[in-house]
Design a protein around this ligand. Structure first.
Ligand SMILES: Cc1cc2nc3c(=O)[nH]c(=O)nc-3n(C[C@H](O)[C@H](O)[C@H](O)COP(=O)(O)OP(=O)(O)OC[C@H]3O[C@@H](n4cnc5c(N)ncnc54)[C@H](O)[C@@H]3O)c2cc1C
Ligand SMILES: NC(=O)c1ccc[n+]([C@@H]2O[C@H](COP(=O)([O-])OP(=O)(O)OC[C@H]3O[C@@H](n4cnc5c(N)ncnc54)[C@H](O)[C@@H]3O)[C@@H](O)[C@H]2O)c1
Length: 465
């Protein structure tokens, strides 16, 4: 049985652990699918490469009120798809080639579905079992398929985020089940490209984990743009004779059936711990199946670390990358461990309007009994918002009224994911609202004035005001 200094399972953020400082370690990298993992191949990057042309196409439909008549005549789906995956597939192949080539002679790649057979032994899925002094579990997650007749039994063809970006032809209509990030982003892409969208969500609002004001605004705007069914219980999915799909639901008003040419299931993701048989290694899991880790990314089993979606409560690439840097350091410096920093984890939803958030929502602040004040600045109240005639976007800030430190920031509107960054920085470095607002210039008349105004409008206690 071959023995390694280090085994890494998964080539998403796990792959970036192995830099030149590990050149003198004998390392096995185990990957069952595409090199580079979810973000590169089926996640962040291709979705955002679709979102950009979608933003342009939808934007063209929205400029009439600015005095410009514009129209999108044709969306060349195949050309967009092939441009996106022409780039991504080459990066995937390059990454695999690098790890299997003579340029990384200390690395052995096993292409198979790995599973633990003991605390230090792994069946690589290639017919070979290996052992390691240290193991990093970075095997991510996969889409959850609800236990609904027609879906879970495989009777009806449907897509998940893993497959829908590679389809050959833009469907005329699409039912999306789910109300989270993936549903929001694909609804925007396909609606912008002219596809009739029906979104079916179990809960009472879309993006319900966001601040309730953001979630309510987004739910309202989406409902004006395409069909959104809320409090919707999916009963059964079936094929239509024409090759489409019907979804039978129970709504608060009774049974409703929806029909479309294609179906996308976007009802959350689950960690891959079951496939890996982590119990065989004695690894502890949370109730949702994620691996339990401490602040140093160590599992309960000596020598086994975990990172990213398989262990993190934040299924976000910037978190997985941060944790992989922590694991890389801790593997090399067991005498001087560093901890992951999860204090202020931001996230953005690249939909329309764009949404970005960091820190506490108002509902979380209330539940935690935290003393807070709120300020809200509409895009429509700053010059850059006048230029856009924006009527729906806003920033909502939560701050500690005594210290002036920011507790949370929530934006819905143009370029939210970029506009929010100074607030993330202020929270991370402990700057107060006052310091941030008045310790620097704000370019006039840029979208960042949204922040300046909201910061100055916080009803802080006198000494902070
Ligand atoms: C559609 C979509 C859009 C997203 N957009 C964003 C975004 O805009 N911004 C953002 O921050 N995050 C986004 N995310 C989330 C982000 O992609 C993930 O948080 C991130 O990729 C997780 O990285 P990871 O290294 O933990 O896991 P992954 O990248 O999933 O890597 C895990 C790897 O392990 C392999 N593997 C699994 N099981 C085994 C096994 N048994 N044996 C061998 N190999 C195995 C898998 O094949 C995979 O390659 C998106 C996710 C999706 C699905
Ligand atoms: N821009 C980004 O950063 C980005 C983009 C995409 C995905 N992601 C990550 O991937 C994760 C997974 O995304 P997701 O959208 O699949 O999950 P999610 O947890 O964000 O949302 C799942 C949604 O599906 C709904 N749902 C669950 N079961 C249902 C059912 N049976 N019928 C109807 N609705 C049902 C839930 O109410 C919820 O609205 C996200 O939490 C996020 O961390 C991030």
């Amino acid at each position: 049985m071959r023995h390694f200094d280090l085994i890494v399972i998964g080539t998403g953020s796990g792959n970036s652990i192995v830099g030149p400082e590990f050149d003198d370690w004998d390392i096995a990298i185990l990957e069952k699918g595409l090199f580079g993992g979810t973000c590169l191949n089926v996640g962040c990057i291709p979705t955002k490469m679709y979102v950009h042309p979608a933003d342009l196409a939808y934007g063209a439909q929205l400029v009439g009120h600015l005095g410009v008549d514009a129209a999108v005549s044709t969306v060349h789906w195949r050309e967009i798809r092939d441009r996106i995956f022409g780039r991504i597939d080459a990066i995937e192949a390059g990454g695999r080639d690098y790890r299997t080539s003579e340029r990384t002679p200390n690395i052995t790649v096993y292409t198979g579905t790995a599973r633990f057979t003991g605390a230090t032994t792994i069946d690589t899925g290639t017919g070979e079992t290996i052992t390691g002094d240290r193991i990093v579990v970075a095997a991510g997650g996969r889409p959850i398929i609800p236990n609904v007749p027609g879906l879970s039994d495989g009777a009806v063809p449907f897509h998940t985020s893993d497959t829908i970006m590679r389809i050959n032809k833009l469907p005329t209509s699409l039912i999306i089940i789910g109300g989270g990030y993936i549903a929001a982003e694909f609804a925007h892409v396909f609606a912008s490209f002219g596809c009739k969208i029906t979104q079916l969500n179990r809960g009472a609002s879309l993006l319900s984990k966001h601040d309730s004001d953001i979630s309510a605004t987004f739910t309202q705007l989406s409902s004006e743009r395409y069909t959104v069914a809320l409090n919707c219980d999916i009963q059964r999915v079936a094929r239509t004779p024409g090759g489409g799909v019907i979804v039978e639901t129970i709504s608060p008003d009774g049974p409703v059936t929806y029909e479309a040419a294609m179906l996308l299931v976007a009802t959350g993701r689950q960690p891959n711990t079951d496939v890996l048989d982590v119990a065989a290694a004695g690894l502890a899991t949370e109730t949702d199946g994620r691996l339990v880790v401490d602040e140093y990314q160590r599992t309960n089993v000596e020598g086994i670390f975990a990172l990213g979606d398989i262990s993190s409560e934040y299924a976000l690439k910037h978190v997985a990358n941060h944790e992989s840097r922590v694991v890389a350091h801790n593997l090399k410096h067991p005498e001087a461990l560093i901890a992951s920093d999860h204090r202020f984890v931001p996230a953005a939803v690249f939909t329309h309007p764009q949404i970005a958030a960091v820190g506490m929502t108002e509902q979380q602040a209330k539940a935690a009994g935290v003393d807070y004040v709120v300020s809200r600045q509409d895009y429509g109240g700053i010059a850059a918002g006048w230029a856009r005639e924006d009527t729906t976007g806003f920033l909502k800030l939560l701050a500690d009224p005594t210290s002036g430190k920011l507790l949370g920031a929530h934006i819905i509107g143009p370029e939210a994911a970029t506009v929010i960054q100074p607030l993330i920085q202020a929270m991370s470095f402990g700057q107060s609202a006052r310091e941030l607002a008045r310790g620097q210039y704000w370019i006039h008349p840029a979208l960042s004035e949204l922040l300046e105004n909201a910061l100055l409008n916080l009803p802080l206690h006198a000494e902070q005001g």
